[in-house]
Design a protein around this ligand. Structure first.
Ligand code: 6R9
Length: 571
């Protein structure tokens, strides 16, 4: 597929010469930034909040929070005091100790962040959960990690099966509930707790966050990150997000998703950057309004959100002043060239794709402001991290060959454990050298990486390998198509045939003519062998809460198979 490259952005950037930086970079430079270079000890909450509160950034805004009911602002100094209070509250009402697991199960609010960083100040391992989780999903995660405590709201409390979780000793409740044995009313105590707290000094390999993520089979697995992840989260904030002192940064991700922790709060606050957090549900108006109200300069979101904004129409964009935006980024799913083109048209901004995973802990393959973007490509590896396309034996493949997207073991923010499951952890690594991502991709002759699909999603039809993403992207360019998910359907003759599930834009009616029209469109614009032989219309496609199309669910529907763990699927 040939799409014109978008030239580099003019101006001064932290990463001004990708090749040079990649050749010479050493992570030990970044380590100097943090307290362990002086004391040998570390704590994320200190590095992200307290050290700024003790510097010239003391009165700088750390957090703009807004939802339907609340609109609040906290400086780094105020964040330090509130997180100290939260730490004192957690400590005085429990017997939680360093390394214990505490989960956070509540909608976004300032208290969520006070408590998250309060827990980090105590040296606890924080497990963020999506507020939409139901009882079974909560049980699996708390049971597997042997959690001692959870923070929630009165509304969500009934979904916590306390009687089946004997080690869950203390439930902190944000909102009016009244106290009882093992139930602590956070708001009743928070403001009277002392605003002084001595953080628990940790080793850089001590635990930080535990994110559960679903694979294609089995129960969700707990991905544990160490404090040391901050090195890469901090540095990618500079190179990829291009943080400058005056920026107003907005990452739209929920903390239940790794993006909402690593880049929702850790990366910007490690860099001392003002961060916007918007509560409530997605709505195009509220989102554009937030950019205008806060004067957002850097905006990090996901393809599914961009596609929904695209669907809301370009006229809406013109009703808002979005002129403060200077840098737009995307993560979570392949960023269709169609969306990149739209971004360039309506915002006059290139959308920078970034690739990484819960397991990688921070961004790995990215587009940088100082580099040309090839729409549809994820970009190039972060300096200091080696990525490659390898075959199933771990041999590096030459350019333009599809294979396993792999990362050389040992990058700073690499996961440290799959909780309770060392075999699973080991199974990610090939020859003790490569972390194998489960994504298939190829690298072109210029070193740009191109996503093709999850390895188990790649389609083999009449001897040709087809990445579902390329077909989905082409489908999306058809004017009637709002969303598309593509799978391989077993076929006695061709091995597999390509089947597309399509949601239509509003006002379009399914018909046989439309099916044929869409088929011909892909055939003409992409390739005959890539045109779906079957197209089925759906009102909605199954997606995760972070916006990923769940092809395995489409496949299970198609083949009448069990759908597996659905806890991360959106409503
Ligand atoms: C951060 C995050 C990881 C999986 C990953 C891949 C997909 C993420 C992508 C992308 C294409 C991108 N993915 N970014 N695919 N282009 N820029 O998303 O973590 O929720 O663990 O998902 O998401 O398939 O393997 P996580």
């Amino acid at each position: 597929m040939k799409v014109e490259a978008l030239p580099a952005k003019p101006g001064e950037h932290h990463l001004h010469n990708y090749e040079e930086q990649s050749a010479s970079f050493d992570w030990s430079e970044v380590e100097k930034e943090f307290s362990w270079s002086k004391t040998g000890k570390i704590n994320m909450a200190h590095e992200a909040i307290d050290r700024h509160a003790e510097s010239d950034r003391k009165n700088k805004v750390a957090l703009y929070y807004k939802d339907q009911h609340r609109h609040e602002t906290y400086t780094f100094y105020e964040m330090k005091r509130m997180t100290n209070r939260a730490a004192n509250l957690l400590k005085s009402h429990s017997d939680l100790e360093k390394g214990d697991r505490i989960f956070i199960f509540m909608p976004r609010s300032p208290e969520l962040y006070f408590l998250m960083f309060g827990a980090l100040k105590m040296g606890l391992i924080v497990g963020p959960l999506f507020e939409a989780f139901m009882e079974g999903a909560i049980y699996d995660r708390l049971d597997d990690s042997d959690a001692k405590s959870i923070i929630t709201t009165p509304e969500l409390l009934p979904r916590i099966p306390k009687d089946r979780l004997p080690n869950l000793k203390t439930i902190f409740i944000v909102g009016e509930e009244g106290e009882s044995e093992g139930h602590i009313d956070v708001l009743k105590h928070l403001h009277s707790c002392s605003d002084k707290f001595d953080v628990e000094w940790l080793d850089k390999e001590d635990g930080l966050v535990l994110h559960y993520t679903s694979g294609s089979t089995g129960k969700p697995k707990g991905v544990l990150h160490a404090q040391y992840a901050m090195v890469q989260q901090y540095q990618t904030g500079k190179w990829v997000l291009d943080f400058q002192e005056q920026d107003i940064y907005w990452c739209t991700a929920d903390p239940g998703w790794v993006t909402g922790t690593a880049y929702g709060v850790f990366s910007p606050w490690l860099n001392g950057v003002t961060t916007v957090i918007l509560g409530g549900r997605f709505s195009p108006d509220a989102w554009y309004q937030a950019i205008e109200d806060f004067g957002v300069t850097i905006w990090y979101s996901a393809p599914t959100a961009f596609r929904m904004l695209m669907g809301a129409g370009d006229a809406l964009v013109k009703e808002y002043d979005l002129s403060t935006l200077r840098h737009v980024l995307s993560v979570g799913e392949p960023l269709n060239p169609e969306v990149v083109k739209w971004g360039a048209q309506v915002f006059d901004k290139r959308i920078h794709d970034t690739w990484w995973m819960t397991e990688t802990g921070a961004q790995v393959i990215c587009n940088y402001p100082s580099m040309a973007i090839k729409p549809g490509s994820m970009g190039k590896p972060v300096p200091g991290v080696k990525a490659a396309i390898v075959d199933d034996q771990g041999n590096e493949l030459p350019p333009n060959q599809m294979g396993n997207l792999a990362i050389k073991k040992g990058w700073p923010s690499m996961m440290r454990q799959i909780w309770n499951n060392p075999q699973k952890y080991d199974s990610y690594f090939l020859n003790d050298e490569w972390y194998v991502s489960g994504d298939s991709a190829y690298m072109d002759e210029d070193g740009y990486f191109w996503f093709q699909g999850r390895v188990d999603d790649v389609i083999m039809t009449s001897g040709e390998r087809v990445g579902p993403f390329e077909v989905e992207s082409k489908l999306l360019e058809h004017p009637a198509v709002a969303e598309a998910g593509v799978i391989g359907k077993p076929d006695p003759v061709r091995g597999e045939i390509i089947k597309a599930f399509v949601a239509l834009v509003e006002g379009q009616e399914p018909s046989d003519e439309l099916i044929e029209d869409i088929r011909q469109f892909v055939k003409k614009e992409l390739a005959a062998h890539a045109a779906p032989r079957e197209i089925e219309f759906k009102d909605k496609l199954p997606k995760t809460r972070s916006g990923k199309i769940m092809r395995r669910v489409l496949k299970a529907w198609e083949l009448d198979l069990p759908t597996g763990d659905l806890s991360t699927m959106e409503d």
